[in-house]
Design a protein around this ligand. Structure first.
Ligand code: NAP
Length: 280
C-alpha cells in the first residue's frame, strides 16, 4: 500500500491531538501514513480542498469552524452526517470527497465500553451545538426513550425537535430541574469546565437526586468540576477521551479501508494518550 496522506484542518488547530492519535494507530497497524495538522481559515477552505485532491490525499478530519461548510465540497454524504448537518471525516476517492461524521459512533462506543446503555434510556443532554446534535441523533438512532436538551437559546435548537422523544429546556432552569431524578444518563456537550475556558458549572445541585451515569465530552482537564462533583455523589462519571479516541478509530477505518479490532485499538490508544496528556 502507498503511504496514506492524511490530516486535520481547523481554525484554531494548534492543540489538536489528532496527529498523535492517528500516527500511533498507523504505526500499531503497520500502515504507512503521514498525518498533519493544517491551519485552514474559512476563506482558505476551497484552496485546501483543491490541494488535498491535487496531492491525492486519502482523506482528512475536519474541526471547528468547517464541520458544516465542508459539506458544500462533498459529492456524497453518509446519511448520518447528513442528518447531523456536520462532517468530521472526509475520504477522497478518485478526486471525489465523501463526508462522514464519526462523533456519534465515537460517543456510543465509549459509552458501551463503560457499560452504559443508550437503548430505552432517559438522557439529559447539556448544550445544543454541533457535538450535541451528533450525540442526540446517535442516541435517537440507538433507541433512547427520552432526551431532554438544556440550552441557552432554545429557539435555536429547532433541529433537535424533529423527534417526539426530544424536549428542549432553558439552560437557566437546569439547577431546579426534576428531570435528573429519572435520568439514566447525563451528557455534557457544552465547553463548560474545559481547560482554557473561564466558564464552568456554577450550580450542580441537579446531581443531588439522581443515579444517572455522567459523561462529559470535555477531556481536558482529565477531571472537570462536573465529573468531580458527580464522583463525590457516588455517580459513575467519565470524561470525553474515549469518545475522541473512538471517533478517530472509526475515521482511520474509513481512510484506510481496513477493518481491525476497534475496541482493542481504542483501549491501546486510551492508555497511550492518557500517558501523553495526563502525564500518567
Ligand atoms: P459548539 O457548536 O460551539 O456548541 C457549544 C454548545 O455549548 C452550544 O450549545 C452553546 O450554547 C453551549 N455553551 C457554550 N458556553 C456555554 C455556557 N457558558 N453555558 C451554557 N451553555 C454554553 O461546540 P461543539 O463543537 O458542540 O463542542 C462542544 C464541546 O465538546 C467542546 O468543548 C468540544 O471540545 C467538545 N467536543 C468533544 C469531542 C470529543 O470527541 N470528546 C467531540 C466534539 C466536541 P449557545 O449556542 O447558546 O452558544
Amino acid at each position: 500500500m502507498n503511504t496514506l496522506r492524511l490530516g486535520v484542518i481547523g481554525d484554531p488547530i494548534a492543540h489538536t491531538l489528532s496527529p498523535m492519535i492517528h500516527s500511533k494507530m498507523a504505526e500499531h497497524l503497520n500502515i504507512s501514513a503521514t498525518y498533519t495538522a493544517d491551519h485552514v481559515t474559512k476563506a482558505g477552505l476551497g484552496d485546501f480542498v483543491k490541494k488535498a485532491v491535487f496531492e491525492k490525499w486519502a482523506g482528512f478530519n475536519v474541526t471547528i469552524p468547517h464541520k458544516n461548510r465542508i459539506m458544500d465540497f462533498c459529492e456524497e454524504l453518509d446519511p448520518y452526517a447528513a442528518k447531523c448537518g456536520a462532517v468530521n471525516t472526509v475520504r477522497i476517492c478518485d478526486g471525489r470527497l465523501i463526508g462522514y461524521n464519526t462523533d456519534g459512533d465515537g460517543l456510543y462506543a465509549s459509552l458501551k465500553s463503560n457499560d452504559i446503555r443508550v437503548w430505552d434510556s432517559d438522557i439529559l443532554l447539556l448544550g445544543a451545538g454541533g457535538a450535541a446534535l451528533s450525540v442526540c441523533r446517535k442516541a435517537l438512532d440507538a433507541g433512547a426513550k427520552k432526551i431532554t436538551v438544556f440550552c441557552r437559546t432554545p429557539e435555536k435548537a429547532i433541529r433537535f425537535q424533529q423527534d417526539a422523544r426530544v424536549a428542549v429546556e432553558n439552560f437557566s432552569t437546569l439547577a431546579q430541574t426534576k428531570c435528573a431524578e429519572n435520568a439514566d444518563l447525563i451528557i455534557n456537550a457544552t465547553p463548560l469546565g474545559m481547560q482554557g475556558m473561564d466558564a464552568d458549572f456554577t450550580d450542580v445541585s441537579f446531581l443531588d437526586h439522581t443515579n444517572a451515569a455522567v459523561y462529559d465530552i470535555v477531556y481536558k482537564p482529565e477531571e472537570t468540576k462536573l465529573l468531580r462533583e458527580s464522583k463525590n455523589r457516588g455517580l459513575r462519571a467519565f470524561n470525553g477521551l474515549g469518545m475522541l479516541v473512538y471517533q478517530a478509530v472509526y475515521a482511520f477505518a474509513i481512510f484506510s479501508g481496513e477493518t481491525f479490532d476497534f475496541d482493542g485499538m481504542a483501549s491501546y490508544l486510551l492508555k497511550e494518550i492518557t500517558k501523553e496528556i495526563y502525564n500518567k
